[in-house]
Design a protein around this ligand. Structure first.
Ligand code: TRP
Length: 454
C-alpha cells in the first residue's frame, strides 16, 4: 500500500472543503436542479429536496469520508480492506465506479454545451454571431462532440497532475464569484414581467403536488448534487488529513451545495416565466409540462442576457458561462479521479496511464452521447437516479453492519474528540443504521409500486 505521503493530501482544511465543494457544485446545481424543480411541482420538490440533502445526504457524506480516510483507497480497495477481503463487498465500489463512468459520459456533453455558449458569447462580442450560428447549425452533433472532447481534454489535463492545488485554488475564487453573479442576476430577473409567477411556484408549496415521482427525483437529485453514492467522496476522503473533523467538513459542503442550488432556483424559475412571456416556448400550454428539461437552462439564460441589453448582456453572458464551465470542470475532475484512483491502486497503473486509459474510454462514450442525446435520459435514470441512491443504501449497510459504528467513530475521533458520545454521534448512528437505508428503500419500493400501477 502506498503511504499517505505518496498519495498526496489536501493542503489544508479549507483546501479539502473547497475541493469537495468544487466537486459538489456544478451542473447539478445550475442545470439539473432548476429543471427538476420545474418538472416536479416547484416548491413541493424543493421541500422534499431539503429533507433529502440533510436527512439522507449529509449522513451518507460522513460515511463516505470516514471510509475513504480510514482506508486511503479508491472505492473498490476501500471496501476490500474494510471487509478483510471477504465476500462481495468490493462490488459496492465496482458499481460506484461504473456509475461514475456513465455519469461523466453524459455530464461532459452538457459541460460541452456550456463551453459552446462561452464561445457563442465571444462571437457576439466580435460581431461574428451569424458566422458562429451558421457553423454550429451545419452539424449540431459534430459541434457538440468537439466541445465535449475539449472539455474532457481539460479534465484529463488536470487529473494528470494529481490531487491538484489547482482544484483548491480554482474553487476558492469560483464559489464567491458564482454566488455574486447569481445574486445580481436574481436581482435583475425579479424586476421583469412574469417573474413573480415563477417565484410563487418555487417558494409556495402545494402539497397536492407531492407524489412518488417527486420524492424519487428529489432523493436522486440530492445524491447527484452532493456527489454521493459512487465513491467520489470516499476518494476525496482518502486524501483528507487525520486532524480534520469529518462531520464539520460534511456539514459545510452540504450547506454550500444546497445554498447554490437554491439560488439557481431563485434565478431560473422566475426566468422561465419571463422567457415564456417573451415568446420562448418552455412549457407545453396543454399539459403544463416542460417541453425539454435538458435544454431548459440553456433556453432561458441567453434570453435573460439579451434582455439586459447590449454590451452588458454579452459581458454577463460570457462571465456566467465561464463560471459555469469552471464549476463543471471541478466536478468532472472528481468524477474522473474515482476510476483513475482505482486504476492506480488496484490495477497498479501509473497515474499517467490510468488517467489516459479512463479519459479515452469515457471520452469515447461521451462522443457517442453527443450524437445521441436521448442516451442522456437513459444513463441518467440507470446510473444516477437508481444507481446513486442504491450505492448510498449499500454504503450505509456496509458501514453499520460490516465495518461497524465503532470503526467509524474511531476513525472520526482524531478530528472530532468524543464523537461517539456527542449529540452528533448519537443522532448520526441512528440515521446511518436505520433511517437513511430505510428511507432509500421506501422511496424505491413506492416508486416501483406506482410505476407498476399497483
Ligand atoms: N455533484 C456534481 C454536480 O452537481 C456532479 C458530480 C461530481 C457527481 N462528482 C460526482 C455526481 C459524483 C455524482 C457522483 O454537478
Amino acid at each position: 500500500m502506498q503511504t499517505t505521503q505518496e498519495r498526496g493530501l489536501w493542503s489544508s482544511k479549507l483546501g479539502f472543503v473547497l475541493a469537495a465543494a468544487g466537486s459538489a457544485v456544478g451542473l447539478g446545481n445550475i442545470w439539473k436542479f432548476p429543471s427538476e424543480v420545474a418538472d416536479n411541482g416547484g416548491a413541493a420538490f424543493l421541500v422534499v429536496y431539503i429533507l433529502c440533502c440533510f436527512i439522507v445526504g449529509f449522513p451518507v457524506m460522513v460515511a463516505e469520508l470516514a471510509i475513504g480516510r480510514k482506508t486511503r483507497r479508491n472505492p473498490v480497495g476501500a471496501f476490500k480492506v474494510l471487509s478483510g477481503g471477504k465476500g462481495p463487498w468490493f462490488l459496492i465500489g465496482g458499481w460506484g465506479i461504473l456509475c461514475g463512468i456513465f455519469i461523466l459520459s453524459f455530464y461532459l456533453v452538457v459541460a460541452g454545451w456550456t463551453l459552446s455558449f462561452v464561445v457563442a458569447e465571444i462571437a457576439k462580442m466580435f460581431g461574428a454571431e451569424a458566422l458562429y450560428t451558421t457553423l454550429s447549425t451545419i452539424s449540431p452533433g459534430v459541434k457538440t462532440a468537439i466541445f465535449t472532447v475539449l472539455f474532457m481534454v481539460g479534465t484529463v489535463g488536470i487529473v494528470l497532475g494529481g490531487v491538484a492545488a489547482g482544484i483548491e485554488r480554482a474553487t476558492k475564487t469560483l464559489m464567491p464569484a458564482l454566488i455574486g453573479m447569481l445574486l445580481v442576476m436574481i436581482g435583475f430577473v425579479l424586476t421583469r414581467d412574469g417573474a413573480m409567477t415563477g417565484l410563487t411556484e418555487y417558494l409556495k408549496p402545494d402539497l397536492g403536488d407531492l407524489n412518488t415521482t417527486v420524492i424519487f427525483s428529489a432523493m436522486a437529485q440530492a445524491f447527484f448534487s452532493l456527489s454521493l453514492g459512487m465513491g467520489a467522496l470516499i476518494t476525496y476522503g482518502s486524501y483528507l488529513d487525520e486532524k480534520e473533523s469529518i462531520p464539520e467538513a460534511a456539514a459545510l459542503v452540504t450547506t454550500a451545495d444546497f445554498s447554490i442550488a437554491f439560488l439557481a432556483g431563485l434565478l431560473i424559475m422566475p426566468a422561465m416565466y419571463v422567457a415564456q412571456g417573451a415568446g420562448i416556448e418552455i412549457i407545453n400550454p396543454d399539459t403544463g409540462a416542460l417541453i425539454n428539461s435538458d435544454t431548459l437552462v440553456f433556453a432561458v439564460l441567453p434570453q435573460l442576457f439579451d434582455a439586459m441589453g447590449g454590451l452588458i448582456g454579452v459581458i454577463f453572458g460570457f462571465a456566467f458561462f465561464v463560471l459555469l464551465s469552471m464549476a463543471a470542470l471541478t466536478s468532472t475532475i472528481s468524477l474522473l479521479e474515482v476510476p483513475v484512483s482505482f486504476g492506480i491502486d488496484e490495477l497498479k497503473l501509473e497515474r499517467r496511464k490510468s488517467t489516459l486509459l479512463f479519459g479515452i474510454l469515457i471520452g469515447a462514450i461521451a462522443v457517442v452521447v453527443s450524437f445521441n442525446f436521448s442516451l442522456i435520459g437513459h444513463f441518467d435514470l440507470i446510473f444516477n437516479q437508481i444507481g446513486l441512491p442504491l450505492g448510498g443504501f449499500m454504503i450505509c449497510i456496509f458501514l453499520a453492519y460490516v465495518w461497524t459504528l465503532r470503526g467509524a467513530f474511531t476513525e472520526m475521533e482524531s478530528g472530532y474528540p468524543g464523537v461517539a458520545t456527542s449529540t452528533f454521534g448519537k443522532v448520526w448512528s441512528v440515521f446511518v443504521r436505520f433511517i437513511c437505508p430505510l428511507l432509500i428503500l421506501l422511496v424505491f419500493i413506492t416508486t416501483v409500486w406506482t410505476a407498476l400501477g399497483l
